[in-house]
Design a protein around this ligand. Sequence first.
Ligand SMILES: C[S@@+](CC[C@H](N)C(=O)[O-])C[C@H]1O[C@@H](n2cnc3c(N)ncnc32)[C@H](O)[C@@H]1O
Length: 239
Amino acid sequence: MTSGPDVPPAAEAPPQEAEAVFGDSLPKARRYAELLADDGVRRGLIGPREVPRLWGRHLINCAVVEELLPEGADVIDVGSGAGLPGVVLGLMRPDLNVTLLEPLLRRTVFLEEAVQTLELPNVQVRRGRAEEVRGDLSADFVTARAVAPLGRLAGWSLPLLRKNGSLLALKGEQAEAELAAAEKDVSKLRPSVSDVIRVGRGKVDPATTVVRVTVTSDGGPPPGSQKSRGGKKKRGRKR
Ligand SMILES: C[S@@+](CC[C@H](N)C(=O)[O-])C[C@H]1O[C@@H](n2cnc3c(N)ncnc32)[C@H](O)[C@@H]1O
């Protein structure tokens, strides 16, 4: 069957490695792939050219991040878009409590529908920007893919993390360079340690590159940084 201009291409059958990665959650992953290929394309949340690479480039690429999440963790997926990686993590790990944070209404409507269709009681949708939910949302992990350069992303995400929590930013091959360029600014935001890890070797090619920034304090900027001294410029003495 050929598709007309208004008919999005159908989702492909999952490749063999999807079975090993998703296990029992493969039927839900398949349903999600169908939603993305159909409604996701119709509503402009995902490009039609992504459909043939939904499994490798999107679903499996996101799924392998699951390795980094301990049992029962609270996760905020910042800039979830059509649900990547948050929906994938939520559907394969019912023990996680996942909040999909997304400012655009069109996307949150799709996300609400996806959560309902896939029957994911452990996943909530929250409309908003990361910088607006400080003090309101907090989690052990923030995930983000294709949302913002590392420095900006860290500025939005580190305030949402509990002590010893991590930002997991899914990045491309330039991850080390991006971290090197942003590390100084990131460490001023909050005491933290950063590294670059590759997950899913042998399951997805290329492996998924994650910049991990783990905060080591309860909150606020590091001691001695300008903001920790009040964040205001010193005023000159009155003469
Ligand atoms: C390029 S899309 C990526 C979507 C998804 N993470 C993915 O990998 O397919 C970037 C998303 O980040 C969202 N976004 C932009 N600024 C944001 C902010 N300050 N807080 C939360 N989300 C934001 C956008 O609305 C958009 O849905």
